[in-house]
Design a protein around this ligand. Structure first.
Ligand code: ADP
Length: 448
């Protein structure tokens, strides 16, 4: 039965995407700078700080100096844990650029990634918010006819390919992905530390995006263009800071974004999806729940992010049980019902490795099922081939077997909510797994 439903979903989803007038993604597009960390780089860096004799137990909450960055990197290596920290000042950013640099630049940021992952699909327009759009960032976007940024020409707002609309040259924001292998050694004052596994430390300098500052030009021009948009994928709250060096707090930046999203919704008639991503700070999470949840239609997250959200809502026992019992579907459903009861959300889409679940207030089960199955085909294809370009590629993803059923799959109605649970296709030796969550949630939302 599921294989047949999958086949129908591919055909139906492909057709339905063509009927969507336009999709906007904002407000976080950036450059990722990939750098492999080796022993000689660490030695060179440590020579600049001869007074460092040991590695502290905890990383800093924010990177305020080159020394903070180095120490946090050393902690990540010693523990094999993937920390992510924001760089707070420009001197540290310049120092890192000069002293660490990068091996390769890659498109980064949830909005840029979603736009890029959606662009091979038969969608007529995708407008990505990328600011500041430098030549370096613009050239990382794929060249596609349906991918645009909002810019001005002859004093009029127009949609143009990012590659034709860049303004400045240079790197003004970068998320360093400092990757290391298992067994990387650090020699420090006679002690040797060794990374227990391969992982990465992310240090991000992004003064504009980390304040979610939307340009005045975009705020005005989005309402002036004649082009029709119907869907908006909003994200980027995970790179906010609790406090800023100038004395502002995250709430100072969340509130204006929430107001602007609400305006866009009202004046453009958009449906809005928010991709949760992993937000380390419970303060920022609570403010996102308070200000952003009321202005969105749909929320996307994975099971770990969902357990954290449940804890924030006072459901620590259920969150713990979920983690201890490896996220059984019945318990996930219990949790989803609790969140729907306590928030104004219209829809939640949850993805795990074997199943996707959506819960909605309105009855829309057939569309929801098609949406989830189509997004599972995209995830399977990307895992299998490392990319998808054509309908033929997606047919290869369709060929991946659907994993074992548990008996909970299907459509259910509980307490006035509609639930759709689908079994997914899991690729045994995936070629690529980055960005899968983003593609599952964004495509699922568009087809829901
Ligand atoms: P990310 O932030 O890296 O995108 P998420 O945890 O949000 O990570 O999403 C990853 C999702 O990708 C999983 O929940 C699962 O549904 C899907 N996925 C991961 N590995 C595979 C695989 N080998 N085959 C198919 N789907 C996969």
């Amino acid at each position: 039965m599921w294989e047949e439903l999958y086949r129908e979903a591919l055909e139906e989803g492909w057709k339905k995407l063509q009927r969507i007038p336009g999709v906007i993604t904002g407000f976080h597009s950036t450059i990722d700078g990939l750098k492999r960390v080796e022993e000689d780089l660490l030695k060179r860096l440590l020579e600049q700080f001869p007074h460092i004799k040991s590695i502290p137990s905890e990383p800093t909450s924010v990177i305020r100096s080159p020394e903070d960055l180095l120490v946090d990197l050393l902690i990540s290596i010693r523990e094999g844990l993937a920390y992510q920290r924001m760089i707070e000042n420009e001197e540290t950013f310049r120092w890192t650029l000069e002293n660490i640099g990068y091996d390769q630049l890659r498109l980064g940021g949830t909005s840029a990634n979603m736009a890029s992952l959606l662009s091979p699909l038969p969608l007529s327009k995708i407008l990505v918010y990328a600011n500041p759009l430098t030549k370096e960032l613009a050239e990382l976007f794929p060249e596609r006819k349906n991918l645009f940024v909002l810019t001005r020409e002859n004093d009029k707002p127009v949609l143009r390919s990012p590659r034709k609309a860049w303004k400045d040259q240079g790197i003004f924001a970068i998320h360093w992905i400092l990757e290391y292998n298992k067994g990387l050694k650090i020699e420090l004052d006679g002690t040797t530390y060794e990374s227990p596994r391969a992982n990465r430390f992310i240090a991000a300098w992004n003064p504009v995006n980390c304040r979610l500052r939307v340009s005045e030009e975009f705020k005005r021009d989005i309402f002036l263009i004649p082009d029709k948009f119907t869907h908006f994928l909003v994200s980027g709250f995970h790179i906010l800071l609790e406090r800023y060096p100038e004395g502002k707090t995250c709430e100072d930046f969340i509130v204006p974004v929430a107001e602007f999203v609400s305006q866009m919704k009202e004046r453009l008639g958009l449906k809005v999806h928010y991709e949760f991503a992993s937000i380390g700070s419970s303060l920022i999470r609570s403010l996102v729940v308070k200000h952003i949840f009321p202005v969105i239609d749909s929320l996307g997250l994975n099971e770990i992010e969902f357990a954290t959200l449940l804890s924030d809502f006072g459901e620590q026992d259920l969150a713990k049980e979920l983690k201890d019992t490896r996220f059984p579907i019945v318990k996930l459903v219990d949790g989803l019902l609790k969140i729907m009861e306590r928030t104004p959300l219209k829809r939640i889409q949850l993805h795990t490795l074997g199943h996707y679940i959506s819960i909605t207030r309105e009855k829309n089960e057939r569309n929801e099922r098609t949406a989830l199955l189509f997004s599972a085909i995209l995830a399977a294809t990307r895992s299998l081939l490392g990319r998808y370009e054509t309908l033929e590629d997606l047919e290869k993803g369709l060929g991946v077997p659907t994993i074992t059923l548990t008996g909970y799959e299907g459509i259910k109605n509980i307490d006035n909510f509609s639930l759709v649970i689908v079994p997914t296709k899991v690729v045994q030796s995936p070629k690529l797994t980055v960005g899968l969550g983003d593609i599952i949630s964004s495509s699922g939302f568009l087809l829901s």
